[in-house]
Design a protein around this ligand. Structure first.
Ligand SMILES: NC(=O)c1ccc[n+]([C@@H]2O[C@H](COP(=O)([O-])OP(=O)(O)OC[C@H]3O[C@@H](n4cnc5c(N)ncnc54)[C@H](O)[C@@H]3O)[C@@H](O)[C@H]2O)c1
Length: 430
């Protein structure tokens, strides 16, 4: 797990959100991070129960311990070692091994669900039925039908619902989207996402009978693999940038390298098409990390690197043809361009160093499977506390989470079938 956050760092994180305060009218779900939002809940606490106290559950606990608007009153895990680790972090919290018992606990206002994917829908639905507010980790659910059932139950309830799409709270994504929506990179013409790692994605397993419990990510019954674990975050980018959702997806997937009994792909490549003709790609290979994690919005006049918080222009300062020619020789990239005859033209694709567009840039390399302290997760959990206390549903989060999950699930299905799947009208529910 990342190092524990201090109270000072927590406030400093929220402070960096104040810096984008001018954008609140465009991004109203950030209200909880503003001074006004802080004042609204001053002196009040959300009494929380954590269901699933493995790595992500403990990550949230560590962050919430320094958030004055949160009080962790109950913990639940049916794997005793994880329950005890969390109990050591929260002395005094009530302990449960059956989540139904935690849901019966009248002290609990809201729950944070951090269990494997196959448990998300049933636990979320049961929580709404028990009158609890819910923050469920991504992806929303294991199938589109399950997502629809979750949304229907939430809509029947008067409770708030938050899902773990923390990029909505990451200052550099917010600033990037502000720039894109203001036309800074011209028309959006492409979206490129990738997430490469070089490790087997396995957790240490104390005994063979625990394999499917500890390594739930690797098996079809509990996981939809790289699509629901990684792509789900990145697939939000295109929709957020263009305010529309893809019509279809084509995919490929294989177990190329980690042939160790796992059932989910270790290598996927999927492409989505939007109604305006834009294509969004997602690629992931977990046996080569050369490219790391990347997310780019490509525009007719520029490109935004969302992960590094840099904007590149398509028209960098003018250089004469001979200057470019000499520069390409220096860079050793001449072999990429045909320089004889008329086919050699002034193309200077990779030379604009770009400009950083936020002061406080914190980039993550995407290698952690727990989460990173500065990626918006802290602010998202705080937004949940704010919503539990005020009863105000944060805008946009459920819709973005629904579509991000639906796109991830469709991408997974398409890559199993090696086919093109179309988004059905009856699945456009929000
Ligand atoms: N938003 C993010 O960036 C992010 C990062 C990491 C993980 N996650 C998500 O968090 C969730 C959990 O991931 P993790 O890495 O913490 O997994 P994990 O295996 O470390 O923890 C899951 C915990 O749930 C417990 N559990 C399973 N079934 C249960 C049940 N029926 N009742 C009670 N407890 C049960 C397990 O014993 C385990 O302790 C996943 O959905 C994952 O996608 C999100």
């Amino acid at each position: 797990m990342d190092k524990l956050l201090t109270r000072k760092e927590f406030l400093s994180n929220l402070g960096s959100m104040f810096a984008v305060g001018s954008a609140i009218s465009l991004f109203p779900w950030l209200t909880s991070c503003t001074e006004k939002g802080q004042k609204e809940i001053e002196g009040q606490v959300a009494k929380l129960g954590i269901i699933g106290t493995g790595s992500r559950g403990q990550f949230h606990i560590a962050n919430l311990l320094v958030d004055k608007s949160a009080k962790i009153v109950a913990l639940c895990d049916d794997y005793e070692p994880h329950l005890q680790e969390a109990a050591a972090m929260c002395p005094g919290a009530k302990l449960y091994s059956d989540y139904h018992k935690l849901l019966d606990d009248k002290d609990v206002d809201g729950v944070i669900i951090c269990t494997p994917l196959n448990w998300h829908a049933v636990m979320t639905i049961d929580s709404f039925k028990a009158g609890k507010h819910v923050f469920c980790e991504k992806s929303m659910a294991y199938s589109i039908q399950e997502c629809k059932d979750v949304i229907a139950e939430w809509q029947r309830s008067d409770r708030v619902f938050v899902v773990g799409q923390q990029r909505l709270f990451d200052p550099k994504y917010i600033k990037a989207m502000e720039l894109i929506h203001s036309g800074a990179i011209g028309e959006v013409v492409g979206v490129r996402n990738y997430w490469y790692r070089n490790n087997d994605w396995r957790r240490e397993c104390p005994s063979p009978e625990l394999e499917r419990r500890i390594n739930w990510r690797l098996y079809n019954a509990s996981s939809r693999g790289l699509m629901t674990e990684l792509a789900c975050h990145q697939l939000q980018n295109g929709s957020w940038a263009m305010d529309q959702y893809p019509e279809c997806v084509t995919g490929m997937g294989s177990i190329r390298f980690w042939k160790d009994g796992r059932e989910v792909f270790d290598n996927v490549a999927v492409t989505y098409e939007y109604p305006n003709g834009v294509h969004m790609t997602f690629e992931s290979i977990i046996s080569n990390k050369h490219f790391g994690m990347g997310e780019f919005i490509l525009g007719s006049e520029g490109t935004i690197d969302l992960v590094k918080g840099i904007m590149f222009s398509e028209s960098p300062a003018y250089r004469s043809g001979i200057e470019q020619f000499l520069m390409q020789i220096k860079q050793g990239i001449l072999s990429n361009s045909a320089f004889a005859g008329s086919s050699w033209s002034q193309e200077d694709a990779s030379t604009d160093p770009g400009v950083r567009f936020t002061d406080k840039i914190i980039t993550t390399d995407g290698s952690s499977s727990t989460g990173a302290t500065n990626d918006g997760s802290v602010e998202l959990a705080h937004a949940f506390c704010h919503a539990v206390i005020t009863g105000q549903q944060p805008d946009k989060i459920v819709k973005e989470a629904y579509y991000a999950t639906a796109l991830a699930l469709m991408g997974d299905q398409a890559s199993h079938e090696k086919s093109t799947l179309y988004f059905k009208d009856e699945d456009r529910i929000l």
